[in-house]
Design a protein around this ligand. Sequence first.
Ligand code: F3S
Length: 419
Amino acid sequence: MKLNSRQTEMLEGRLGWPSQIAMRMLTAVGSAYDADALIPVGSVHLGISGMSMAEPGMRFLEKLVAHKAAFVVPTTLNILSMDRDAVGTVPAIRADEDVQLRIARASETLGARPIYTCNPFVLGIAPRRNESVAWNESATAPYINAVVGARTNREGATALASALTGYTPNYGMHVPGNRVGGTLVEVTVPVSGADDFNVLGGAIGRAAGANIPVIEGIERRPSLDEWTAFCAAFAAISPLAMFHVVGITPEAPTRAGAMDGAGANQAPVKIGAAELASERSRYETARGEALDVVAIGCPHASIDQVRAIAETIGSRSIDPKISFLIQVNRDCAERARQTGLAQKLTAAGVTLLADSCVHVAYDQIPEGRTLATNSLKIAYLTASHNVNVHFGTLDDCVQAAVAGRWLGDSAKAAELARG
Ligand code: F3S
């Protein structure tokens, strides 16, 4: 791999230990992927959950601080393993919380912006088209690549090395030839709303296999909430970091523009009502009406989604035995407070969980309990924790939380009729 003079200085340790260790990591990864060079990145989104970094990660970040390291490009922070407003409320996780807070403090000292969310787009944070970045969090990568037209791989620890050096290896999604579509997909039914796009993202992620899907049949540009739901579900099911929607995403003005010549002539994989129903049914692992926790907001909910939940609950309350969580970023939680939404939701029995989510939280849903969610990603991930899952629409989840039990279609109709 060719290094420029600054990269060589870093690798040789002439600019200090932090950039040297980071450069070692980047060149090792670059060599493994046959990258020809290290390229500049415009920004970094960094995963720092205590669940994944734990004490070794904390010690490493604090060592960087002790060496007076600093992030050299704008860097934002992904979610934490707890809500900072709830510190100390669960004694069993006190020690873990200390680790997480020290990780967060060290990251901020290094220069990161403490947004603590897996969905920076709702805060207006996004790269420019064609810009290379290093963003951690699988749910963000398809949005960056496909919707924005910028370039990122699904980053892991290398995001930290990029923040310290401003570089990433030139491989994967940074290489234009790797962004060409390979599987043609035709959506044959109308889809509308975040719940629909969520299931569609899972179905297309499954249908795509190892090839970037080129999607036809989506009739209008999705809203930000719809894109967010689609991208998170797609990335939960697929290892890919890219898709194209013909006529909508920036690198797919036409089918032929998104695929190579031969690929553009293939017969499409069709996704219709049956495929969507089949995708939805995969995540329903719970039996019966039992319900303990409802989690909405994966990725973190927008203020519009929080408002929609409050409107759906109306003058009713959540059943007291149900823990109803809306996962949000802190900015959204603050806006909900300022507009009175948060107070209304609290009075109805809803908790706004800021900074975190049930998947990475230290305070996990106990094994054997039953979760309801409208997020395919949370449903998919949580089932692997030995938690029973009801996977439905936002409306299904709210009606069940009010009733105190998961409702079948006829029970739901009766519940709605009772108001
Ligand atoms: Fe975000 Fe947690 Fe979902 S990190 S994408 S809310 S699993």
